[in-house]
Design a protein around this ligand. Structure first.
Ligand SMILES: Nc1ncnc2c1ncn2[C@@H]1O[C@H](COP(=O)(O)OP(=O)(O)OP(=O)(O)O)[C@@H](O)[C@H]1O
Ligand SMILES: [Mg+2]
Length: 372
């Protein structure tokens, strides 16, 4: 059988009883008594049985992290807890558990559930892309610059990437990449499958360089027609099978189109400047994301320090005001960014040795490791 099961529980007796039952069935069993160890060991196993109440990181947060890490996104998780309220269970499923079992459980039932879940996992879809949404707390803070450079950095680190310029007007991603797209999101959105027009987003991508392609934003002001509600889901499902990462450049507006895409994403990265106004919008945006039930997807904030000024706030203070982790603080680089846009070569390619490029590469490394 040779399947490896990780049992995570700070209760030694429970660990022993469950491990014994699983070993009797021929499983290889690994155990962890706290969350940190669980996160370290999870990429090496075929299934996790996860207690919720633990001293360091609780089971919900562990599950959430497993779901947003590309290495463990498909890993079957059974939550096992004495927390027996319906709301506890719902929370378990919300953070991505496949099954929820209330303690105490007969070990034979648990073993049966493990078997059922493993056989289902065998037939599951192949691993697919991680979708990261980048959204500015307001317009003009550098969101597109961050997004395209993250695509380049992830590409340089060996990943394949699709960038989606998901907006209703004036797509800017292609101009930062020096591309003149033949087809854009606007064409895709009005494609009518009834009359034989192709709705596969693959046919609407513009290649940038090896491993990176763009679904260009609409060139003009406004879309040619209303966007069908389920379209974000359909597009993302197609794109997920085409790359390791789908990076979505989102405009800072609470439209149904933007909200749909946030819901389809695995993680959300906020982009902000370090001035009081940006922080005010950032706070409002974080609270809206919270009221949409998306707070848990926020990976952190990238501060773009476009220009030093008297009103510049420290990244640490700004992050604690927002209540969000800082992923990176990009230094001012107005000339380099201007040249990059004019030449259609993102700073990571045109100025690879600059301070801003180093920060951008480090950000990509973090995204790959975390995607928390
Ligand atoms: N670190 C930086 N230092 C100085 N200028 C920057 C920096 N990053 C980006 N810029 C510049 O800021 C301007 C806005 O950048 P960008 O278009 O990426 O922002 P945006 O948030 O996507 O804007 P929009 O809301 O219009 O989509 C551009 O002129 C860009 O070159
Ligand atoms: Mg933009």
């Amino acid at each position: 059988m040779d399947k490896r099961i990780l049992v995570v529980d700070d209760d030694y007796t429970a660990l022993r009883v469950i491990s014994y039952a699983l070993k009797q069935e021929g499983y290889e069993v690994l155990t962890a008594a706290h969350g940190q160890a669980a996160l370290r060991m999870a990429p090496e196993v075929d299934l996790v049985i996860l207690d919720i109440m633990m001293p360091d990181i609780d089971g919900y947060r562990i599950c959430r992290r497993l779901r947003t890490n590309p290495d463990t996104r498909q890993l079957p998780v059974i939550m096992l807890s004495a927390k027996a309220q319906v709301s506890d269970k719902l929370m378990g499923f919300e953070v991505g558990a496949d099954d929820y079992v209330i303690k105490p459980v007969d070990p034979s039932e648990l073993v049966a559930r493990v078997g059922a879940l493993l056989s289902r996992a065998k037939h599951a879809a192949p691993r697919d892309a991680v979708v990261i949404a980048f959204i500015g707390v307001k317009g003009g803070v550098g969101t597109t610059t961050v997004t395209v450079n993250q695509a380049v950095a992830l590409g340089q680190q060996g990943a394949t990437v699709v960038i989606v310029d998901w907006r209703s007007s004036f797509g800017m991603v292609c101009s930062q990449l020096g591309l003149a797209p033949q087809r854009t999101l606007a064409d895709l959105l009005v494609a009518d499958p009834e009359s034989g027009e192709n709705r596969d987003p693959a046919a609407y991508l513009t290649p940038f360089r090896e491993g990176i392609a763009v679904l260009a934003g609409p060139p003009g002001f406004g879309l040619p027609g209303p966007v069908p509600r389920e379209l974000a889901g359909t597009i993302v499902r197609h794109l997920r099978s085409m790359a390791d990462y789908v990076l979505v450049d989102l405009p800072p507006e609470p439209s149904p189109m933007v909200r749909e895409m946030l819901e389809e994403s695995n993680s959300i990265v906020l982009v902000s400047e370090l001035d009081p106004l940006s922080l005010r919008s950032g706070t409002a945006m974080a609270s809206s994301l919270g009221s949409w039930g998306l707070q848990w997807k926020i990976l952190g904030v990238v501060f773009v320090n476009r220009a030093w000024s008297e009103s510049t706030i420290s990244a640490g203070d700004a992050a604690s005001k927002l209540g969000i982790d800082v992923l990176a603080t990009l230094p001012p680089a107005a000339e380099m960014c201007y040249y990059a846009t004019m030449s259609g070569k993102p700073v990571l390619l045109s100025q690879p040795d600059s301070l801003i490029s180093t920060s951008l590469s480090e950000l990509a490394t973090q995204l790959r490791q975390k995607v928390i």
